[in-house]
Write a protein that binds this ligand. Structure first.
Ligand SMILES: Cc1ncc(COP(=O)(O)O)c(C=O)c1O
Length: 476
């Protein structure tokens, strides 16, 4: 086999540009070569050939729409894609060069703030981010800086111990990063088989003068469970009444933040609760935009310390900016505005309710097999997850089922629950807007087929025949 790349300048296998337009694509010399991996080839190649070679390399990653591991959107309308393609070159941070893009971002911030019930008389602040990870980092930093100023005013020795953040053990890794980067003690509240979201009693018991805030999660990554934020808020109000140290709550609404306002608008989790000071979400999850766009809103400027606000020139004036990332394409925030304009409230609700119907159908189909305990049946968010019933006498396990479904193109990962529950292996499907009921029916057919094949299998990767030394699969 020839290789396309060589360190020798005159290597005969370097591209030659000699073919002309009537050479069929798969008749070109380049199709006989492998691609450069470590250093550049000498010659250029045609755009058609370059496109084909790379597109073909990416083919074995499967079909993203059958990837039910990801929360990230895998479908947008052609008009949205066109708009996003046309604005790829715009730098979101160049506020003065692209003032209308800035205006669209500000409109998105206002629309989201309204969906999250910012209160009259408060001056909300917000920004787009690359995703929830950046938004969580900002929310955490704002809590830390605010805590430090107030603690100093109270005369607390802020160097005596590290500040701490309280969160359930079902946190997403971005919070661990936040705590490492900012030297914060992460006080994780354990989950248990009967308590799969934040245990509020334990969380409150972990609070001290050095607590910068508590994070409530609207959609725990592992299971989709919601923390009981209304009760948490009540307990924080009671704490604040008798302490000079005023506790605040940040909501990590990465997945629920742009789902719940449409499907369960009565649920109290947002700025209607007085101690919720900031909320983040991923526009690329149930905001229905391709990755990556995220959002964070503070209910009032009061909760966004000045140190985090920088000035960028805008139409001859100055505009505050608080995002961490500087240059990145504006196309995703333009895509977010497209969705808001195009779908409106009713459109989002229709899409999300239909997605929930499909997820509930799948949850029921899994329950009807009689083999699984359902951990989330998509009542709160379109996530379905299950474990194998303890009494099930199958030789295969959920890792085998995940492997088998891959043969049909479906990516439905199996993985252990977080600390304290690592012995429980679950399997999770994230249902998104582009999975129709018809596709769901095909999925159920494929699951039944996979289970039948596993029942007859002579070779199992993970079940009783060959034991895992270490669980394979998905990590969060
Ligand atoms: C609860 C939670 N927080 C934060 C994140 C990180 O979000 P992003 O991928 O948008 O950075 C996720 C991602 O799944 C999540 O589920």
């Amino acid at each position: 086999m020839a290789i396309l790349h060589s360190n020798k300048k005159n290597d005969q296998h370097n591209f030659t540009n000699k073919e002309n337009y009537d050479t069929p694509l798969f008749g070109t010399k380049e199709m006989d070569l492998t691609l450069p991996k470590k250093t550049l080839a000498q010659a250029s190649i045609s755009p058609q050939v370059a496109y084909r070679l790379i597109a073909d390399e990416l083919m074995d990653e499967g079909n993203a729409r059958l990837n039910l591991a990801t929360f990230c959107q895998t479908f947008m309308e052609p008009e949205a894609i066109q708009l996003m393609t046309e604005s790829l070159e715009k730098n979101a941070i160049d506020k003065s060069e692209y003032p209308q893009t800035t205006e669209l971002e500000n409109r998105c911030v206002s629309i989201i703030a309204d969906l999250w019930h910012v209160q009259a008389g408060e001056n909300y602040q917000g920004t787009s981010t690359v995703g929830s990870s950046e938004a969580c980092m900002l929310g955490g930093m704002a809590m830390k800086f605010r805590w430090r100023t107030l603690a100093q005013q109270r005369g607390l020795d802020i160097n005596k111990q590290k500040p701490n953040l309280i969160i359930s053990a079902g946190y997403q890794v971005c919070w661990e990063k936040f705590c490492v980067y900012w030297d914060i003690e992460m006080r994780t509240i354990p989950l248990s088989p009967t308590q799969l979201s934040l245990d509020i009693e334990l969380a409150m018991a972990a609070v001290d003068e050095y607590t910068i805030g508590i994070v409530g999660i609207l959609g725990i990554t592992y299971t989709g469970k919601f923390d009981d934020i209304a009760t948490l808020n009540e307990r924080v109000t009671a704490y604040n009444k008798v302490h000079e140290h005023q506790l605040v709550i940040h909501i990590d609404g990465a997945s629920g933040g742009l789902y719940t306002p449409f499907v369960d608008p009565e649920l109290m989790w947002d700025f209607r609760l007085e101690n919720v000071v900031s909320i983040n979400t991923s526009g690329h999850k149930y905001g229905l935009v391709y990755p990556g766009v995220g959002w964070i809103i503070w209910r009032d400027e009061h909760y966004l310390p000045d140190e985090l606000v920088f000035s960028v020139s805008y139409l001859g004036g100055d505009l505050p900016t608080m995002a961490i990332n500087f240059s990145h394409s504006a196309s995703h925030l333009i895509g977010q505005y497209y969705n808001f304009l195009r779908f409106g409230y009713n459109g989002y609700r229709a899409i999300h309710e239909r997605t929930r119907d499909v997820a509930q159908y799948l949850a029921q189909a899994m329950a009807e097999t009689g083999l699984f305990d359902i951990y989330n049946d998509a009542t709160n968010i379109p996530i379905v997850c299950w474990r194998m019933k303890a009494e099930t006498e199958k030789r295969w396990d959920l890792y085998d089922l995940a492997d088998r479904l891959l043969i049909h193109g479906w990516q439905i990962p199996a993985y252990p629950l977080p600390a304290n529950l690592e012995d429980i292996i679950i399997q999770r499907m994230v249902i998104r807007s582009d999975l129709s009921m018809d596709m769901a029916e095909l999925l159920v057919r494929d699951i039944h087929q996979a289970m039948k094949e596993l029942d007859k299998a002579h070779y199992l990767v993970s079940g009783s025949q060959i034991k895992h030394t270490k669980p394979s699969g998905f990590t969060h």
